[in-house]
Design a protein around this ligand. Structure first.
Ligand code: ZN
Length: 355
């Protein structure tokens, strides 16, 4: 627990124990059961219409056309997208990976278990050359956990932090990289080039940028989700301020096609602009809610000696205000807005308070 959090909790405790923050009469009809009366709630901002975390949603919002990509042939289970000059994206419209063909072989970038057993078939659609290298974007098993099933003995390349995390994971499905780097590594194979670079911890330590300069393609996994809300809690970013900074960094780099590792289509600079705009809005919405929400207002006085309850009550209302603020502008602009907006607001308020 940070010093700031401790100070805050003590403040809440003092508020709850020494100040009558909620009229006792609001609970007078409640016979001390601990349940807050509905009439009391009417005095406070309405609950968002989007079900909160843990509340079952009977129908999610429709996915806008702008978030959809070309269909996947169900018989194949994957779709191949030609990115130009020997570079291809493979996707099942949920995960994305790549391979690069050069004069003597093929370099594979990531092997999501969703379809990794079909990657050799996808490669065989365009070349009979052997797989010689595998690049890991980062250590997460949902992106590289199919590596072992690719077969062969490719040279595996990754960031040194990815090696460390994989040594700890000790997962036979994710063979250890033989070649690691700390800042930059340029892979030259025949006439083809991939530039690997590390921009620090954001999603997780070791998550790298993979640039194909000739094809004007940039692959960065689990940071930007073209047309979609990021996966919950900013795609589980381990460092949210750094995650926001990486979105801005991707924005400034020179590329035409972004491979984000997820969703049904590749991304454009316009998609990254939208992501950055959303990030700015959720940050502003959470910051405003943190300031304008009063601790303890709807807390049952019977819970006044429970600082955890006071904190939970406060943060729930902060997140609710954040969700309400974002809804009008974003609910139809990003697919899956309703699925993860609560998660983003909770992650944002926490980041703003302690990071
Ligand atoms: Zn990941």
């Amino acid at each position: 627990m940070t010093r700031a959090t401790l100070v805050w909790l003590v403040t809440v405790l003092l508020l709850l124990t020494h100040i009558s923050v909620c009229p006792a009469s609001a609970y007078a009809q409640d016979s001390g059961s601990g349940a807050a009366p509905a009439a009391h709630e009417a005095k406070h901002p309405p609950e968002p219409s989007i079900p909160a975390i843990g509340v079952r949603n009977t129908k999610y919002l429709d996915v806008p056309a702008s978030a959809k990509g070309p269909p996947v042939d169900p018989a194949k289970g994957y779709r191949l997208q030609d990115l130009g000059q020997g570079l291809y994206m493979i996707t099942d419209n949920i995960y994305q990976s790549m391979f690069l063909v050069y004069d003597r072989g093929v370099v594979v970038v990531d092997a999501p278990p969703n379809y990794a057993t079909r990657i050799p078939q996808a490669i065989a659609e365009v070349t009979s050359r052997p797989m010689t290298h595998v690049i890991y974007s980062h250590s997460h098993s949902d992106h590289i956990g199919g590596s072992k099933s690719l077969g062969g003995h490719p040279t595996i390349i990754a960031h040194q932090e990815t090696l460390r995390l994989l040594q700890r994971a000790n997962d036979p499905k994710r063979p250890l990289p033989k070649l690691t780097f700390s800042e930059r590594y340029t892979l030259r194979v025949g006439q083809q080039v991939l530039e690997l670079s590390y921009h620090g911890d954001a999603h997780e330590p070791g998550n790298i940028f993979i640039s194909a300069p000739a094809q004007r393609v940039l692959m960065v996994v689990d940071v930007v989700f073209p047309g979609w809300m990021p996966w919950r809690r900013f795609a589980l970013a381990q460092d949210i301020p750094a995650y926001f900074a990486q979105v801005e960094e991707i924005r400034t780099l020179d590329w035409d096609t972004l491979v984000g590792g997820h969703v049904a289509r590749t991304g454009t600079h316009a998609d990254v602009d939208v992501q950055a705009e959303f990030n700015g809005d959720v940050k502003q919405a959470a910051a405003t809610a943190l300031v304008s929400t009063k601790p303890g207002v709807t807390l049952n006085p019977l819970d006044s000696a429970n600082p955890w309850a006071g904190f939970d009550n406060y943060i729930d209302r902060v997140a609710g205000q954040c969700v309400n603020t974002l809804m009008p502008k974003w609910s139809t602009r990003l697919a899956g807005f309703d699925v993860y907006v609560w998660d983003q607001c909770y992650a944002m308020e926490q980041s703003l308070r302690i990071e």
